[in-house]
Ligand binder design. Structure first.
Ligand code: ANZ
Ligand code: ZN
Length: 902
């Protein structure tokens, strides 16, 4: 055995060993694992080429879980793959003139090597890269099935158009009205796109959340995103006619409201700029046309619409109030979304905050129709007060027959009146829109459609799948290169065989991540998207990833799974039974500011920080020039703040085990983690201590294990059969070890890995305190007992730590001889708590005489009152402090003290 801990060799050897025995290949129904399957998976990374600390943390959590469960008898699957399509590859291509395919594959190779250096128990035989035709052909195949069922459909939609990147942007790619990448002012455009009908699944997607072991906040985010709201849809009748002489919308202007109880407070109606009534108003009115045009610029993102300055124009048109028949003016409002409800709202400025703001800008009447539950609150038209919008507590006022009614009663009465006239009914409205999947991008899954002049949009026949994406194109920033690549788009119509043109749009990359975790289960299925192996592994038992995917990715995957279910491919509804969202990794930031206020950020590695005696940072200088830099606070590791720590460098310097130990120890998986150089050093020191401890005893332990094995004792060589005869201090030590083991078991089960590590550290402290034995361990009876307890203790410690620091524990398991009888550590049975070791046979009570501490007495742990009294009076301490005295009273505090009053 090496005297010194050299992580690089230890890790290389352990990894080579696991590879040689193909340790991580997961097999369905593997008889070695009686507890059944456990599928634990991390969200697949985008192959940027470099691991960052967020990855390290994510995968270590996953690995710790996987290894722990495996040792506990579970058949664990932990796969890995690459979310390999998407914009960054195109951007890199433009910057470096290299094809996205080549760039992506070389990044995958780099990242895979870095991952492998972490020693993760990944079954690489199941690796999936979403940019490979074997994978994305099934995106195409399922898309065609969705087309057949009407789940996928073609529609013209209003989309965010980035005029510089020449692409449609998702709402979340529009930031403050500008393209997230280009910074260009986003325009609205109408283009034909394919949509997936996720909204049909909305109820299921909400209701299904109930049974999931997910963080509540993620469930809430999904609920809010779907935004199911119960309200009333009704019409304002009118006599407005279009240029063709017909009534616009059959003489009805529909609105959706969740506050039908406020219907008597309507002082205007506002329609979206894209609404047909707005178009009608614009005929012959250039001022209105100009306003509508102005609204077209700017994103369609809701958050943006909600916060923008309220602006509008009066149309000069009127509709009738459905209950009173009074004329109500129609306005065009920039805060009304065409895509929500009916694209029109009843304006109730007294009780809706947006309407209030709008009415204040344009001086529209504000009519109170709800009185607060607390009579003392007054209403004012000057400023908005919180209670105006309160839904459930007020009662109707100034509302005729509704007066005095509460929310629900008023809504019911209004619905009764409206439906009697055939003007309205209760209605559930969704915020969720169908999923537009067309992207005018090269690096994605080609949409399998052929456009024929005669036949229209014709699906590519299944036997022609996959429609292969050419992998040698280099985008140049001027639109989609597929549209310029004749080899790709020139084809013949599958129906009439005339020359035709392939669709050059590709699919949103969220498609790729919607089912890759099922492909892992049957990665080599050539004739089907998934096969029966998927039924074995899925649903996934534990999914692990960042909170940034709380909404879209998880929602799309849940939808996609249901589509697969409806097509008969799977038999479950929910793909992810449990979800763990790991916290972010943070680090200090350092910067200098130039005269114009522009900041340059310096990597913490290049900075030296001075601390005060309480460890607080007092200042920092750049190592290179020794001049001061400013402290920018602790922030999420990011490129923009240059505060990332490169895992590769860390692993090269300290080894993967140190990086793993530090990230697991520094905080529980779901909390943020603050990077700390001294924390890393501490982790390394602990591993050195562990190594040294084992080094000092490995020969003796190995001999003991061999002797006992030759006596046929085998696996029980790890227990301490002579426990009864142990000295009190050795019994204490065993009790410590088993108590920490029990704590660690509990913490493993609740995934609180930081305290698992601290329990292991305490075990090492205990074992170290036993002292060493001679090499043979055959000396005195005491020595042999110490060796027995050490042998057992170290075997527990190594197993306890194996999931977090698998390399060093593997090496020590072998060096100390445990592997000779017990086999590989990765397959070792999880240590069992010895209940007998936990019970204390003797406990020590503080002895007080007249309330003053005079010493202690040792009694049996289960001693009763009279036994404790007798022990106290017989004790040496009592005779010394109060010789010959008679006790007047004896007070006992169970388990703690005995006080003799004399
Ligand atoms: C009148 C009213 C009075 C409203 C009141 C609210 C409070 P949720 O709950 O998010 O579904 N609304 C309806 N369609 C809209 C559209 N296309 N664009 C913008 N706003 C629209 O919101 C429902 C409420 O959003 C509806 O109820 C409507 O305003 C508004 F004291 O109607 B309410
Ligand atoms: Zn045709």
């Amino acid at each position: 055995m090496q005297e010194k801990y050299i992580p690089q060799t230890v890790e290389r050897d352990a990894q080579a060993h696991w590879t040689a025995i193909d340790a991580w290949r997961a097999l369905e129904n593997d008889p070695r694992f009686p507890k059944g399957k456990y599928y634990a998976c991390s969200m697949l990374p985008y192959p940027s080429g470099k691991l960052h600390m967020g990855h390290v943390r994510n995968y270590t959590i996953n690995d710790m879980m996987a290894r722990h469960l495996r040792m506990n008898g579970w058949n664990v699957l932990m796969p890995m793959g690459w979310d390999a399509f998407g914009l960054p590859a195109e951007n890199a291509a433009m910057a470096n003139g290299v094809a996205p395919a080549a760039w992506t594959w070389s990044n995958i190779a780099h990242m895979k090597a870095q991952m492998q250096s972490m020693g993760l128990a990944i079954d690489w035989s199941r690796e999936v890269a979403t940019c490979s035709p074997e994978y994305y052909r099934w995106n195409q195949w399922l898309f065609l099935r969705m087309l057949e069922r009407g789940i996928a459909y073609l529609r013209t939609g209003s989309v965010n158009w980035d005029p510089i990147d020449q692409t449609v942007l998702a709402n979340e790619q529009v930031i403050d009205g500008r393209g997230w990448r280009s910074g260009a002012l986003v325009e609205k455009r109408e283009i034909p796109m394919y949509y997936l009908g996720i909204s049909k699944y909305a109820d299921e997607l909400i209701d299904g959340l109930d049974g999931l072991g997910w963080p509540d906040r993620v469930k809430t985010m999904q609920q809010n995103w779907i935004g199911r709201s119960e309200g009333v849809r009704f019409a304002f009748p009118h006599r407005l006619r279009g240029e063709d002489g017909n009534l616009v919308g059959d003489g009805r202007l529909y609105v959706f409201t969740t506050r039908a109880d406020t219907i008597m407070g309507v002082t205007f109606v506002a329609v979206a700029p894209e609404h047909p009534v707005a178009a009608l108003a614009a005929t012959g009115r250039p001022d209105i046309a100009e306003f509508i045009e102005r609204c077209r610029a700017g994103g369609v993102a809701e958050a943006e619409v909600a916060t923008r300055e309220k602006e509008g124009v009066p149309t000069g048109l009127f509709v009738d109030h459905p209950l009173t028949g009074e004329p109500v003016p129609v306005w065009i409002g920039n805060y009304v979304l065409m895509s929500y409800g009916d694209g029109a709202v009843m304006g109730v400025p007294a009780h809706d905050e947006r309407d209030f703001a709008f009415a204040r800008v344009y001086g529209l009447p504000i009519k109170q129709v709800i009185a607060p539950a607390q009579a003392a609150l007054a209403f004012s038209t000057e400023a908005w007060a919180d209670w105006y919008g309160e839904k459930t507590n007020g009662v109707c006022v100034h509302s005729g027959e509704l007066d005095g009614l509460g929310y629900q009663a008023a809504v019911d009465r209004v619905v009764e009146r409206l439906s009697a006239q055939g003007l309205g009914e209760k209605r559930t409205t969704l915020r969720l829109r169908d999923w537009g999947v067309s992207r005018q991008r090269y690096w994605g899954t080609p949409i399998p459609i052929i456009h024929c002049d005669a036949c229209g949009a014709v699906p590519v026949p299944d036997e022609q799948l996959p429609v292969v994406l050419p992998d040698d194109l280099v985008p140049d920033g001027s639109g989609n290169p597929l549209a310029k690549d004749e080899r790709f788009w020139r084809t013949t119509c599958p129906r009439c065989h005339a020359p035709a043109r392939r669709e050059t749009d590709t699919m949103d990359t969220f498609v790729d991540s919607s089912w890759y975790f099922m492909r892992y289960c049957s990665p080599d299925a050539t004739h089907a998207m998934v096969d029966s192996r998927n039924d074995y592994w899925m649903p996934m038992d534990q999914y692990i990833g960042g909170i940034e995917h709380a909404v879209l990715h998880l929602l799309y995957a849940r939808f996609w799974t249901r589509v697969m279910r409806d097509i008969g491919l799977v038999r479950f509804d929910e793909p992810f039974s449990n979800l763990l969202t790991q916290g972010m990794v943070l680090n200090d930031t350092f910067y200098r500011e130039d005269d114009s206020g522009r900041r340059t950020w310096f990597n913490p590695d290049d900075v030296e920080v001075a601390h005060d005696d309480k460890g607080r940072p007092t200042g920092a200088v750049l190592k290179s020039d020794h001049a001061a830099v400013s402290l920018g606070g602790i922030e999420k590791m990011s490129k923009s703040k240059n505060n990332g720590i490169d895992p590769k460098a860390q692993i090269e310097q300290y080894g993967a085990d140190t990086a793993r130990l530090f990230t697991m120890f520094a905080s529980p998986p779901e909390q943020t983690l603050e990077w700390s150089g001294s924390g890393v050093e501490g982790a390394q020191r602990f591993l050195r201590r562990l190594w040294n401890f084992a080094y000092g005893r490995h020969e003796a332990i190995a001999i003991r294990l061999r002797d006992r094995a030759s006596e046929g004792i085998g696996a029980s060589a790890l227990t301490v059969p002579e426990a009864d005869g142990l000295s009190e201090s050795l019994r204490d030590a065993r009790r410590d070890v088993h108590t920490h083991l029990r704590q660690a078991d509990f913490d493993y089960s609740r995934r609180q890995y930081n305290t698992v590590v601290s329990a292991a550290m305490k075990v090492l402290n205990t074992l170290e305190s036993l002292g060493a034995t001679s090499t043979s361990g055959q000396g005195s009876a005491t020595e042999s007992s110490i060796l027995a307890v050490s042998t057992e203790g170290l075997s527990i410690l190594l197993r306890l730590l194996a999931p977090v620091v698998p390399h060093i524990t593997h090496a020590l398991w072998v060096e100390c001889g445990y592997a000779d009888t017990g086999g590989d550590l990765i397959n070792a049975a999880w240590p069992q708590v010895d209940e007998a070791a936990l019970t204390r046979s003797q406990i020590s009570l503080v002895l007080q005489i007249n309330g003053k501490v005079r010493g202690s007495v040792s009694v049996a742990a289960d001693a009763d009152r009279s036994a404790i009294e007798a022990a106290a009076l017989a004790s040496e301490a009592f005779h010394r402090a109060a010789p010959g005295q008679m006790p007047k009273k004896i007070i006992i505090v169970a388990g703690r003290l005995v006080n003799v009053v004399v």
